[in-house]
Ligand binder design. Structure first.
Ligand code: AR6
Length: 181
């Protein structure tokens, strides 16, 4: 179940919490790693719930277009297998190394490039997890303002996606986000 907590940016951003694998809009974003071969956290949950089709497509993308893997900040699109959404946009956030290695820019690029791909694919409703704030260790408070600024800036110039769901796993993370923006 996904619970909406607050609507921002004239309804184009919805802050909510729940399990992203249950999202029924057009697309979800995966916080992947550069291998695109799956992992733990939200990546593991998406591959588990979506079934082997998503991994097969990731492997095809790697061998055809990305032999060195997906660089941090970039994004690619696959189908969604058995998930209740239509598409999965895989992006790779930065690993937090203290903040002096371009981590903020890379986080912003990950959101912007995922939004670009969503817009170019006709996606109207897309859900993002809190990229990099789990295993990759990006501070949640710092991520909040970067994410909010990046998404609002993108939406100001673009018609699509019409609605961006910022989907936190726990309610506390959604509330922390709202306090920090
Ligand atoms: N629905 C929504 N959010 C979730 C879910 C879920 N089902 N599961 C976890 N989260 P993480 P990262 C939240 O670690 O930091 C993987 O192994 C979680 O609470 O999944 O970008 C990849 O393969 C956290 O706030 O992603 C990479 O190796 C957020 O998702 C690495 O982890 C992101 O946590 C990427 O690390």
């Amino acid at each position: 179940m996904i619970e909406e907590i607050k609507s921002l940016a004239e309804g184009r951003i919805i802050v909510c919490h729940g399990d992203i694998t249950t999202f029924k809009g057009d697309a979800i974003v995966n916080a992947a790693n550069s291998t695109l071969l799956g992992g733990g956290g939200v990546d593991g949950a998406i591959h588990r719930a979506g079934g082997p089709e998503i991994l097969a497509e990731c492997k095809r993308i790697r061998s055809e277009r990305l032999p060195g893997g997906l660089p941090p900040g970039e994004a690619v699109l696959t189908g969604a297998g058995k998930l209740p959404t239509q598409k999965v946009i895989h992006t790779v956030g930065p690993i937090w190394h203290g903040g002096k290695q371009g981590e903020k820019e890379t986080l912003s690029n990950a959101y912007r490039n995922a939004l670009r791909l969503a817009a170019d694919s006709g996606v109207e409703r897309v859900a993002f997890p809190a990229i990099s704030t789990g295993v990759y260790g990006f501070p949640k408070k710092l991520a909040a303002s970067i994410v909010y600024d990046t998404v609002t800036d993108f939406l100001r110039h673009e018609q699509l996606p019409h609605t961006v769901f910022l989907l936190f796993f726990g309610r506390e993370d959604a509330e922390l986000f709202l306090r920090e923006i």
